[in-house]
Design a protein around this ligand. Sequence first.
Ligand code: TEU
Length: 590
Amino acid sequence: MDVSDSFNKIVLDNDMRPGEIIYQVYPSSFNDSNNDGWGDLKGIIARLDYIKNSGADAIWVSPYYLSPEGPDGDGGYAVSDYRTINPIYGTMEDFEELVSEVHKRGLRLYSDMVHAHTANNHEWFEKSRQKDKDFKDHYVWHPGSSYRDGQVHHDGDFENGSRVPPNNWKSVFGGPAWHFDETRQEYYLHHFLKSQPALNLNEEHVQDAILEEMKFWLDKGLDGFRIDALPFSNYDSQLRNNPWIDRQPDEFWNQQYFEHSMCQPQTIDFVARIRALADSYQDKKTTLGEVICGRHGGFGAIDVAATYIDKHTGLDMCYTDLGLAIVPATDHDTVKHVITEIQNRFPHGGHCISISNHDFVRSRTLAVEHLPEEEQEAALRQNMKIIMTIPGSIVLYQGEELGLPQARIPEDIPLDKLKDPVAQTRGPEHCRDGSRTPMPWESNEKNAGFTKADTPYLPVPPSHLELAADVQENDPDSMLNFTRDLIKWRKEQPALVSGKIKVLSTHAPVLAFVREHNDQTMLFCYNRSNKDASFKPADFLDQEMLKKLGLDDNATISLKPYDDCNVNTSSSQTYNHGNDSQNPDTDITL
Ligand code: TEU
């Protein structure tokens, strides 16, 4: 019998927005209104009805603040001035119009808060490198160590030894996490590019400064923030070396255990300050943290994320990279484990699944391209359905609702057109532009309707044309309509929005779980293979649960390849779309 006692103690908390669908817009590639080749805020406004129709509750827009041009800007994630809109995306009036148009449609607007670093041309950094008294410790500075006689010395003797970084911390984008600044004659810490100096958030007054920038936008009517790279907020003030896990000749970032460089406990206190700011407004402000890094070489993000969630003093939600583990269709035990972890570590909600985003490979490519072509569509839809039926909020990244594949480099994006700086720091194989190509709106228009400019932000891959939004809008069986219907149906099921989950100990290829909230109980079962499968609920559920579900001891559920089935106590209407139309005869024998 499989439904444990702990299951009965778990209830998701609606204050924490457990079932929210957050549509992520990457502004450069979403929609271009002035035909300069770059997407912009007015372009987002023009497509708000599309976003609303997707079933989103909220929109998260990736950074649109002033940022250095070219690779140093990291696609907007190096901020030169938090309060100025990058002219490439529009004006403050455009932002105000965006807020108002979003609210008119009953949606909420979240911006990206890149709080852990600025650009190196931010005024704060300029002042800090000049040792201006109010800014000298705004960033993490150190004179460095002296290397001589085959050893590192910390005595500041740079006459007799060569100056080296103060410790062994590495940058996520390759190389050391320290860069020597000629003006100040000291090293500064940067977890990402050297154009992204880390803010010294160990200092309360630096936290104050960032909170002021957040307040500026919340006062303008913004509904909340996606908070960038949260585990990178604090560091060990003694700057101790990180232990190596598996040191390779390239000494890459993820070969270390992040004992000292990140994932520090005091970030929880900073998070509480963010929460206090959010709570100082009468209307609900929402906080979504990005926690895709754990302490163990970047793995184990869930342990860290769970510490940032709290009903009273923490964030509403965090997204981790767990979604990436669920999405690939092959590993049954991992999928079961991940879903159970989400339940156990976030018993009141707060976990958010990011189904791909501007940093990750698109889910069609990640999850199903290894399968035979004729199975891919069914597997892709099943992935979407699994994600929509487990607990948590969801980030739906632009184009995932269309089932776009990752653009290929260099076939779809020639090397000289790449924008992501990681293509230079780590090589094109790590470049993130493959998920950042323009949204294909109209298949027959120039650049698929994204821009009339001759040079779009990135090229539109030819394979995206047949998946364009206009083609899919008109096809009732399209991925777009599948996703929209799925979201609409999900919103109507209390057990899915607010219910607890218990994963049953079935063996591959059947994944099964129960969701329950008040008087609604739902049993889901998925056949994650290309062969028929069957499953006997009585082998995994106790009598009470079977009775609730209206099943008896002999009930057997037979599933066609990639098919699924749900038994729902509060409605005779189960969800049937997509896979089921290919496999109309899923059978429940009672
Ligand atoms: O990402 C934080 C982060 O941890 C990423 O470095 C991630 O590991 C990487 O992109 C995976 O390839 C945020 C933003 O989402 C990302 O776009 C920025 O480049 C990064 O912060 C620096 O601001």
